[in-house]
Write a protein of this length. Sequence first.
Length: 85
Amino acid sequence: MTLVTRYFGAEVVLKVPRDSRDTAKAKSLIVSGHELRILRRVHHPNIVMFYGAYIDPRSSEIALVLEYVRGRTLTAAVVGVPRGP
């Protein structure tokens, strides 16, 4: 799930895992942790900026705070591109 909001005046996206079942939550937490480790070190103009993360103390879910980019989704861009020969 993603949610567009504001963080210190900047438009950002909160990226939260979709599944809340216990086994899926554990896997989702691991995947989010890997993404967190990668994003905090990556700085490139073609990759969204990582602002931080929030861990909900009640549910242990991680929400990643990312730069909001206007335009088409990556899925729409990939599906809309014709394939080469």
